[in-house]
Design a protein around this ligand. Structure first.
Ligand SMILES: Cc1cc2nc3c(=O)[nH]c(=O)nc-3n(C[C@H](O)[C@H](O)[C@H](O)COP(=O)(O)OP(=O)(O)OC[C@H]3O[C@@H](n4cnc5c(N)ncnc54)[C@H](O)[C@@H]3O)c2cc1C
Length: 441
């Protein structure tokens, strides 16, 4: 019989919190998840409009992360691989390109760096590139990692490149019904295993001592208190850094959290009446996949090819993402039409006439995320490991930023951190050795 006497609170119902909650509930613990939003999934947010699936947070499955694929298969979700042709806009022309081949080659060379951890901006081989190539590489690093290249560390980038190669992340997939079906499925499993998920419960304070946790959360207008022996803290890095939740006393991982960085992204999806890039004679790109337009804003665009949707997504990662900070959705849609008109030499009025709407979510000003996803600045690789160490066998930190396998900023990193936190709860002897070892280190 399952022993339901041990109570555990999980704070945050993103993929990290839900994954931990499921494992713990299935192992027989009395699990309660407290989530501030009125939905599960956190930075996975799917909209459905006019028969189209619009992802406003995570969209892609990168390569073959085994835990994520096992879950997708278990949930019976249909996926498809992105393919098609990439195009580059350069010197006023749109041409076929293999933009990323050389960039990947350059970044794979990071493995050979045996020097101290420097910011990518100070990586000596960067200086040897032509101005054009240098800009391309920097744009990629900033865009993909939502990072400032003057901060992101070479060591972490090398670890990440290796981790990505291991799962073949150049292959990219989408969940056809929408990514939100994944966290919804895990939430269902948590409930089936006897766990509870309380939505619209904003945690404001966590008081703790060894073997006891008191969580103060806003439940509608009222404050409520929740007690347990242990807690998994699966809050985003940005929320921890902005003191969105107060801890008393302050646990060591919170100090480590301040060494990491939460990066910004502006992502928006335009919904058109027709797939004009496929049909209009001036564009004529029926198989368009990614479009790289270094001089445009955004510099990266993509379609859902081979799925013939009427959507185009624009992406700006890193410091440049502030470009549209003060814009409404309508203003972003308008500015995007102007950029696309310029890229394809089409009349702006025609594109505006085609536009049905622009969907976006501002993850930077969202108090439940305070940023898009994490990256590791120079000299901070150890901080990730410190975040993953249990605190007095009472607090366990999870979330994409605590992944110890180098996949930061992804859905599978969040899952891995949730699995690791649950294992630490379930195997306390092993976790205690880890805790003692890290204190001596
Ligand atoms: C624009 C964008 C695009 C992305 N694209 C991809 C992609 O294509 N592929 C990919 O793999 N990853 C992508 N990611 C990253 C991926 O979404 C995240 O790494 C992952 O979803 C994080 O999961 P998590 O559980 O760590 O955090 P979250 O999903 O943020 O979960 C944390 C939870 O804590 C809750 N919370 C916050 N404050 C409180 C509080 N005070 N009290 C209670 N609960 C609280 C939040 O509401 C949230 O539900 C993208 C992210 C963004 C923003």
């Amino acid at each position: 019989m399952k022993d339901r006497s041990k109570r555990i609170l999980v704070i945050g119902a993103g993929m990290a919190g839900l994954t931990a909650a499921r494992q713990l509930a299935e192992a027989g613990l009395k699990v309660m998840v407290l989530e501030a939003r009125d939905r599960v999934g956190g930075r996975i947010l799917t909209l459905r409009e006019e028969g189209e699936i619009l992802e406003l947070g995570a969209e892609f499955i990168h390569g073959q992360p085994p835990e994520l694929w096992a879950l997708i298969r278990e949930a019976g979700l249909e996926t498809y691989a992105l393919d098609g042709k990439d195009a580059c806009h350069k010197s006023g022309k749109v041409k076929p390109c293999d933009e990323l081949g050389e960039v990947f080659k350059f970044l794979n060379g990071l493995d050979k760096w045996k020097g101290v951890d420097l910011a990518f901006a100070d990586y000596p081989p960067l200086e040897k590139l032509s101005l054009d190539k240098r800009e391309e590489v920097i744009n990629y690093v900033q865009s993909f990692n939502a990072a400032d290249y003057r901060q992101i560390g070479i060591h972490a980038l090398a670890v990440q490149q290796r981790a990505e190669r291991e799962i073949g992340s150049e292959e990219v997939f989408r969940v056809r019904e929408g990514y939100d079906r994944v966290p919804e499925f895990v939430a269902k499993k948590v409930r089936e295993a006897g766990g509870r998920i309380e939505l619209s419960r904003t945690v404001e304070k966590i008081e703790w001592e060894r073997g006891e946790v008191r969580v103060h959360a806003r439940d509608g207008g009222e404050m409520a208190q929740y007690m347990a022996e242990q807690a998994v803290i699966a809050l985003p890095l940005g929320v921890l850094q902005h003191l969105g939740v107060l801890f008393d006393p302050v646990p060591a991982p919170l100090i480590a959290a301040n060494q990491l960085a939460m990066g910004p992204v502006r992502r928006f999806t335009l919904l058109f009446r027709e797939r004009w890039w496929a049909t209009h004679e001036k564009a004529n790109l029926p198989k368009l996949s990614f479009l790289f337009a270094q001089d445009a804003m955004p510099p990266v665009w993509w379609t859902a090819h081979p799925w013939e949707t009427r959507t185009l997504t624009g992406w700006i990662g890193g410091p440049q993402s502030a470009t549209f900070n003060q814009f409404t959705r309508e203003q972003i849609g308008d500015a995007a039409c102007k950029e696309l008109a310029n890229i394809f030499a089409l009349p702006v009025a025609m594109l505006r006439g085609q536009l049905i709407g622009c969907a976006t979510h501002d993850w930077q000003t969202d108090p439940r995320s305070c940023g898009s996803y994490s990256y590791v600045p120079a000299g901070a690789l150890n901080a990730v490991l410190k975040m993953a160490v249990p605190v007095a066998q009472t607090l366990y930190f999870a979330g994409e930023h605590t992944d110890v396998t180098g996949h930061w900023g992804t859905v599978h990193a969040a899952m891995r951190s949730g699995i690791r936190a649950a294992q630490q709860v379930l195997a306390p002897a092993h976790a205690q050795i880890h805790e003692l070892a890290s204190r001596r280190a």
